[in-house]
Write a protein that binds this ligand. Structure first.
Ligand code: AMP
Length: 122
């Protein structure tokens, strides 16, 4: 199974590797439950990914398995908005499933800011 495949975890999962410190990342925020780092392919002037340390494939699975981790992601959003100066507006996205273009199957929130965003999204 490759590093981004659905159901992968532990040594097979790219984002578990970032949690462990085995995979380099520009970490901007950490808590006991989450790690946040800059996306390698940013889609906005600010593009940060927040991940739970726990491996779950998506936010719905995380909510069932560890609801406090979902709350911790929300708290991390608030800290990143303050730290990155996004008070004018920002977007939080959980791409979930293949048809929504999820490519890494370790739950992650995209925090995007620093430009205007259209609605509906593409
Ligand atoms: P998604 O398509 O919603 O699953 O988002 C996965 C995101 O992870 C993409 O925006 C990628 O650019 C990003 N990404 C992949 N590998 C890394 C990495 N090593 N460090 C930081 N971001 C990454």
């Amino acid at each position: 199974m490759d590093s981004g495949s659905e159901g992968s975890e532990g040594s097979e999962c790219l984002f578990c590797g970032i949690v462990r410190g085995d995979v380099p990342a520009e970490v901007v925020h950490e808590s006991d439950r989450t790690v946040a780092f800059r996306d390698v392919n940013p889609q906005a002037p600010t593009h940060v990914l927040i991940i739970p340390r726990r491996h779950e494939p998506d936010v719905a699975a995380l909510a069932v398995a560890a609801p406090d981790d979902v709350a911790a992601i929300g708290a991390a959003v608030a800290d990143i908005v303050t730290g990155e100066g996004l008070d004018d507006g920002y977007r939080v996205v959980f791409n979930t499933g293949a048809s929504a273009n999820q490519t890494v199957f370790h739950c992650h929130a995209h925090v995007l800011g620093g430009r205007r965003f259209d609605w509906p999204p593409g």
